[in-house]
Unconditional design. Structure first.
Length: 95
């Protein structure tokens, strides 16, 4: 169902209903209705969503066919990075 895919989208990009509503220029209640499955976005709202997230596969969001993203946004990768201190170096190969 659309509401499950939309919830997954929000979680994947780290958006809250409030932050996405502000970026799309719609009311927070509108986004909550999408999450509850009461309504679905209008074509103009989907187009705005695609402009904000070009890697989003709208066909997958609407129909459930295919992967939701062609790739994840860089911000998502950066949030998932773990910084590790380097204590030394390792050499490999013939020297």
């Amino acid at each position: 169902m659309f509401k499950e895919r939309f919830k997954k989208f929000l979680e994947s990009v780290g958006e809250t209903p409030q932050s996405l509503a502000e970026k799309l220029g719609v009311g927070t209640a509108t986004v909550y209705r999408w999450l509850k499955g009461e309504t679905t976005p209008k074509l103009s709202e989907l187009q705005s969503l695609k402009k904000l997230y070009p890697q989003l596969n709208l066909n997958a969001l609407i129909s459930g066919e295919g992967k939701l993203f062609t790739s994840l946004p860089l911000e998502v990768y950066e949030e998932r990075l773990v910084k590790v201190k380097v204590l030394g170096e390792v050499r490999a190969g013939d020297f």
